[in-house]
Structures are given as C-alpha cells and as structure tokens.
Design a protein around this ligand. Structure first.
Ligand code: APR
Ligand code: PHB
Length: 389
C-alpha cells in the first residue's frame, strides 16, 4: 500500500487531518485499531470553540452541527449565593457551541466512509518505521489478520495518549515530558432530563466542584468532583443528584432530576510531550498532550494542531517547502502551553483541595473574575479559543 500521509488513529484529530488534507489534494490512509462502534460509543466532552465550528463547516462536515448544535453566548461561574454570567460576545466577540464531541467523530467518520480516503478499522500491530528519512512506512496487520506495509511520505501520530507514535518521537529526539496529576477526578453523568439552565454552570462549593452541562434540549451532561480512587458503584443515582443539587443550589432555582443513562469516573491530568515531530512523523492531539476537561480544551486543541499540521504537510508535499513542517512543533506547542495553563488555572480555581487558606484564595479569584471586566475577558478569550497560528 502507498499514500502520501499515513494517519495513525481515527479520533477527531486523525479524521479531521485526513479531511483537511483531502481538500488540498493530499492522499491519506487512516489506520484505527478499534472498531467503528467502539470509537463512536466513547463518551466525550461537549464544547466546541468558534474556530473549531468554522473549521468543521468549511471542511464540509458541519451540517448536523449547525442543525443540532446549541450556540452558547457564555457560561455561569457560581460560588455559594452567587451565579454570575460571563457574556462572551460582549467580552471578546466570540461564542462557543454545545455539541457532543462524539458527534463530531461520527460526522467525520460518516463523511470519510462516504467519499473520503481509506479508513481502516480493526488494525493491529501498528509500527511506524524509518521516520528519520523521506520515505517512512507503517507496518500493521489489517482486520483480516494479513500483515501490511503502508509506504508514506509522512506519518501523522494522532493515536491518543496510549498510542504508539509518541514513544517513537521521544526515543529519537530525547523528548521531554511534563505531567501534573490532580488530587481529584470527575464523576460524569448522562441523564435523560432537560438541562436546568440555558448555559453551562461551573460551581465552586465547599463539598467540591460541580459542572452542569448539556447534550441537547432533552439530555443533561453533569459532573461532580470526587476523589481519584472513587468507585462508581458507591454512587447511587440518588447520591449523585443530591450532591449535584447541593453544590449548584441557588435561591429561587431548582435542579431538575431524571433517569441516569451513563455514569463513570474520569481521571484528571495535565500532560505535554515535546517535540511534536521526529523527521517525517508528526504528533497531533492527545498523542502529544492531555488537559483536564475543565476548560473544554481537549478536542479544540487537537483541531488547532491539525489545522497547523495540514497546512504544513500541504506546503511540504505539494510545494516542496519545509518551512512550516520545520516550525510546526514550536508553533503547536505555543498554543498547547497556553491551553495547558488555562485548563490548569480553571481547574485549580474551581476544585476544592488543600485547606481553608486555599479555599479563600479560590473564592477571591472567583470574585475577581465575576467583578472585573478585564479578568472576565481573560477567561472569555481563552475559553472561546484564541486565534490559531
Ligand atoms: N493504532 C491505531 N489506532 C490507535 C492506536 C494504534 N496503536 N492507539 C490508539 N489508537 C486510536 C484510538 O483507538 C483512538 O480512536 O487512536 C485514536 C485517538 O483518538 P483520541 O484518543 O480521541 O485522540 P484525539 O483524536 O487526539 O482527540 C483529541 O478529542 O474528544 C476529544 O477527549 C478527546 O481530548 C481528546 C480530543
Ligand atoms: C461537557 O459537556 O462534557 C463538558 C463541558 C464543559 C467542560 C467539560 C465537559 O469544561
């Protein structure tokens, strides 16, 4: 088999990269080790930045997003007795959309299988080789158990945190890793009940953080801060609803409850791997970085990576120029660190940890953001997504 860009991983990063390169006339093959059903069943976050939405629409995969996505002009920050709305358009001229990132993946897969380049599910034993030369290759076993070799001009490692690509990059470059694990996790819940607020509520509470989000006018997505070792079987639906109602309580308002259809405990970590390139192997998305979900940056950062990478690979493979691939890692990492800082800052401000001194610092920060247009603008600009590139 031969293609111009071999893409390892069919998550949002790999699928969107394939789409963007296809639009530039660059051939790709996407290799995914899981089944389509498995990939499309993964519960993911649900906020898209404005540039993410525009990128998907411009790439011709945003039709359902425009039909079903919920445009949001802001979020609420809450602490006991106060629920304050940040109005994004007035603060920074941008907004966000509530649309399940799982739905983004489904839309990308549907488009790829309809008229896109090859997308192979169920592969195994994927190994990138000869990435330091101009003719790298990917060895793998296809879904029928037949050993294959994909000859490429470049490889994109979009295979997530547990993928095979990052170790190849760090082994060949003496790469650096940075990691921060947090002393808490999120208990995530999907419930068949209409959201009780029009936009997301990020609530600080002495018992712990709560986030009220949504997937549609009839489906709520809710999160509770819990200990990292928390067992989901210790959290009955009643206990979950009681904790959510306590942490988001506000005079004159009530949290609507309903049937819980999914619940799971999600770990919280920050992770960055540099560089994001070794020769003709380029990392993008979770393969190179992980952010805590508080800032809703995971998918949006992956979209920023592949926006830069698609332009760089097109310039290399169609124009024979290496300037953008040579600077890709540094340009991508600049945004990775900005989003890593913002996600850490939002997480540290909102999650109970430490002692009463820490709590007073958090409340002071929250009052500052809710009381200062300058402080609110800094949150709004980062949350809605800084310009890419
Ligand atoms: N070979 C082939 N595919 C692999 C391999 C491998 N060795 N290892 C992992 N994969 C696949 C995974 O099954 C997954 O489908 O690579 C894909 C990586 O996708 P994601 O983990 O979703 O990562 P990414 O595409 O970077 O998504 C970025 O989007 O929705 C958010 O939370 C998500 O933060 C993540 C972001
Ligand atoms: C979600 O809807 O899943 C969601 C929204 C905002 C976040 C994290 C997750 O910050």
């Amino acid at each position: 088999m031969r293609t111009q860009v071999g893409i390892i991983g069919a998550g949002p990063a790999g699928l969107l990269l394939s789409r963007l390169l296809q639009l530039q006339g660059i051939d790709t093959v996407v290799l995914e080790n899981r089944s389509r059903d498995y990939v499309e069943a993964r519960i993911r976050a649900g906020i898209l930045e404005e540039h993410t939405v525009q990128t998907l629409v411009d790439a011709g995969v945003g039709e359902r997003l425009q039909r079903e996505g919920l445009p949001h002009d802001g979020v609420y920050l809450q602490y006991p007795g106060v629920r304050h709305h940040l109005d994004f358009p007035s603060l920074c001229g941008r907004r966000v959309w509530a649309y399940g990132q799982t739905e983004v993946t489904k839309d990308l897969i549907s488009a790829q299988l309809h008229d896109g380049p090859p997308l192979l599910f169920g592969v195994s034993d994927v190994v990138p080789e000869d990435v330091d030369g101009d003719s790298p290759r990917i060895r793998f076993t296809d879904a029928d158990g037949v050993p294959q070799v994909l000859e490429c001009d470049a490889i994109a490692g979009t295979d997530g945190f547990h993928g095979v690509s990052r170790p190849v990059v760090t082994a060949g470059t003496g790469g650096r890793l940075w990691e921060r694990t947090y002393p808490y996790a999120w208990l995530g819940v999907l419930a068949d009940v209409a959201p009780s607020t029009d936009e997301l509520v990020y609530a600080w509470h002495p018992d712990g953080f709560a986030l009220l989000s949504m997937r549609s006018p009839s489906v709520s997505r809710l999160y509770l801060q819990v200990d990292p070792g928390e067992r989901i079987e210790d959290w009955s639906d009643d206990r979950i609803w009681t904790a959510l109602a306590t942490r988001s309580a506000l005079d004159g308002w009530e949290l609507e409850t309903g049937p819980v259809t999914e619940k799971s405990v999600l770990p919280m970590r920050s992770f960055v791997s540099a560089p994001m390139r070794r020769g003709r192997l380029f990392l993008a998305g979770d393969a190179a970085h992980i952010v805590p979900p508080t800032g809703a940056k995971g998918l949006n950062l992956a979209v920023a990576d592949v926006t830069l990478l698609a332009t760089a690979l097109t310039r290399l493979l169609a124009g024979g120029r290496t300037d953008l691939v040579d600077t890709y890692s540094d340009r991508a990492l600049a945004r990775v660190w900005r989003c890593t800082h913002f996600s850490w800052w939002m997480t540290s401000m909102l999650h109970r940890a430490g002692d009463d001194f820490d709590a007073e610092l958090q409340l002071s920060q929250l009052r500052r953001v809710c009381g200062s247009e300058a402080a609110a603008r800094e949150l709004a600009e980062n949350y809605t997504g800084l310009p890419v590139g």
